[in-house]
Design a protein around this ligand. Sequence first.
Ligand SMILES: NC(=O)c1ccc[n+]([C@@H]2O[C@H](COP(=O)([O-])OP(=O)(O)OC[C@H]3O[C@@H](n4cnc5c(N)ncnc54)[C@H](OP(=O)(O)O)[C@@H]3O)[C@@H](O)[C@H]2O)c1
Length: 337
Amino acid sequence: MKVMELRAFGLDDAASLVAAERPVPRPAAGQLLLRLRAAALNYRDVEIAAGHYGMPVQLPRVPVSDGVGKVVEVGAGVTRFVPGDRAIPVFFPDWVDGDFHAGVFARQLGSSLDGVLAEYRLVHEAEAVKPPPALSDAAAASLSIAGLTAWNALVDARLQPGQSLLVIGTGGVAMAALQLAPLFGADSIVVSGSQAKLERLAAHGLARGVNRQRTPDWGQAVWALSGGRGVDLVLETGGATLPQSTIALRPGGQMAMVGYLAGTQVSLDLRSLFIAKRARLAGHTVGSRTHFEALLRALARHPIEPWIDAEFALADSRAALQRLAGGEGTGKVLIRF
Ligand SMILES: NC(=O)c1ccc[n+]([C@@H]2O[C@H](COP(=O)([O-])OP(=O)(O)OC[C@H]3O[C@@H](n4cnc5c(N)ncnc54)[C@H](OP(=O)(O)O)[C@@H]3O)[C@@H](O)[C@H]2O)c1
């Protein structure tokens, strides 16, 4: 089978991510053998390939965590899947249920464990979920990190009908949140660095927006767009954008701190944010298998096709990562097998 191996860090180096041949593995007891059908990239895949992910990555490594495959063979004792089912390997195999704990970080797909850029991959049945038939392969492949992180942020904040959501940028997590917000009855506002992207989203009725290049102090503009009430929830994928998103937040509103596209360091007036405004700030780290199953139940009833930016063949995975790194796209970069 063909796999993509990350052998050196650095996306500009053609020898960093190369196609290799490996034998097709056989499932041991409890395992599924998946024939991968689609994979989707996340910002962390760019960080991993570039060599500046926050955790050590040993090479060679099969990169990329998110994907969906068809079960072609099952090992002894498997009860949750049968051949022919589709399966999505979960990002944190050690977080099945219950509260988040730091131990879940040790094993994660595409960094400490091999990921999904392989024609075949083994996964333990306890470390996979089954997408409903209503979801396309592209949709199923896009959920493990981006979809689940967005879902958990909205669920955790108890986003209500009639409330408003602010997302930063038009990347995978932000677009997933924009597409999920209608399930919660919420309206969305987006802050983007691209006027063309804002116009496309508005044309699809997805969100009203503010251009952060034209309006660097965009917090007030978002506040005005919200009708002078402030937004109820900010999905903070920018990180260092917090001083502006804080201005856009309504008194008593919530911040879901998810990412750091604009940087990890900020200077904040804590008095105005937490005492005068009574903001609530919650950190998010993807989610458990149980969270994922709740998302899949919602999507079985309300299927959503993800916003796909571009599609690549497996052999062109380095170009796919470069596309995401360039930041020109909207939504997910997909790899088809
Ligand atoms: N905590 C978690 O569990 C979790 C899970 C998933 C992702 N994350 C983090 O969340 C962030 C988003 O991930 P992703 O996979 O959705 O990223 P992505 O798809 O790579 O997002 C790229 C988009 O973000 C916007 N952007 C880029 N630089 C920006 C900046 N300086 N300020 C504001 N917006 C900027 C751009 O949109 P526009 O051109 O429209 O501005 C760009 O197209 C990353 O930091 C990632 O590490 C965290």
